[in-house]
Design a protein around this ligand. Structure first.
Ligand SMILES: [Zn+2]
Ligand SMILES: [Zn+2]
Length: 292
């Protein structure tokens, strides 16, 4: 048992060590870019009132996502393919399987990106519904939105919002080697779309999600808060009628307008278990009653 605990601690340590250099690089890049191209000039990211909360998520969520993914991969292989041995799991997942694994890695990456974005577009919309909003509200609760806000997700949101999509594509046969290349790119792009940057990417605004595109998603529901659900490809929002980037306007007010919402990391993790189910628009209505 003590061996397993030591192994677990070493594993968590390795994940941390992988996150640290990426984080330092992102911090340096976005600090410089925000100096010149801030969307909402104001306090620097490290002086945000909930910077400590965001830093806790930044290190906690990658570890959590990794264990969720491993657990679901093992469960999926056992239930769907009756594979229960360690050797069997390695043979099944090591380089992918079936027709998808015979494609070049670049083709698998494209299939993974498009498949993942399609699935997470719909899971994201599902999390904006009445039953699941209280979990997703954690992500929208950041009022001073910046790159470090990118990891602020409740574990339930991480599990059903992204891990299920990752595992579905790996079970379909995509090689896990795709993760080695796309993992750091996905982290950097997610930080980029949350960064305080006045960038819409001009003619490429439908091709790849930009800071302006995603910052609109973090505004209140009467603006862009119920729009721009795609993580990577805004064309999904165009197709499904949820694209929102009004010309000549910039997003400027973020958050969920919920006075009951806690600021601390631990309290936010507990929040969905104490809040009754209600949707985004309803919470905002309760927080800002119309003048009598
Ligand atoms: Zn959302
Ligand atoms: Zn976001």
């Amino acid at each position: 048992m003590s061996q397993e605990i030591l192994g677990f601690i070493a594993d968590v340590g390795h994940t941390f060590l992988k996150v640290v250099p990426i984080s330092l690089a992102l911090a340096a890049v976005f600090t410089i870019l925000t100096t010149f191209w801030a969307c909402n000039p104001g306090v620097a990211w490290w002086r945000k009132k909930d910077a400590i909360t965001d830093i806790c998520y930044w290190f906690f969520i990658p570890v959590m996502a990794r264990y969720f993914r491993i657990g679901l991969l093992i469960a999926g292989a056992a239930v769907l393919f009756h594979i229960t041995t360690a050797d069997g799991l390695i043979a099944f997942y090591e380089n992918g399987h079936g027709p998808l694994a015979t494609l070049p890695l670049a083709a698998q990456m494209i299939i993974f990106l498009v498949g993942e974005d399609f699935i997470t577009y719909w899971t994201h919309r599902w999390f904006h519904g009445k039953q699941l909003w209280k979990y997703h509200a954690v992500h929208h609760s950041s009022e001073e939105l910046d790159w470090i806000s990118a990891a602020r997700f409740h574990p339930i949101n991480v599990f059903f919002g992204t891990v299920v999509a990752d595992v579905a594509l790996l079970i379909a046969g995509i090689s896990p080697n795709v993760f080695v290349v796309l993992g750091p790119i996905t982290i950097a792009h997610s930080a980029f779309v949350h960064a305080n940057l006045d960038w819409s990417l001009g003619p490429f605004k439908y091709v790849i999600a930009s800071p302006i595109f995603h910052r609109w998603h973090h505004t209140l529901p009467d603006r862009g808060g119920e729009k721009n659900f795609a993580a990577t490809f805004p064309v999904l929002d165009l197709i499904f009628g949820t694209f929102y980037m009004p010309a000549g306007e910039r997003p400027d007010r973020y958050g969920i307008d919920d006075r009951e919402f806690p600021a601390g990391f631990g309290a936010q993790l507990m929040y969905p278990f104490t809040r009754r189910a209600t949707d985004f628009a309803e919470i905002v209505k309760q927080a800002s009653p119309p003048p009598a």
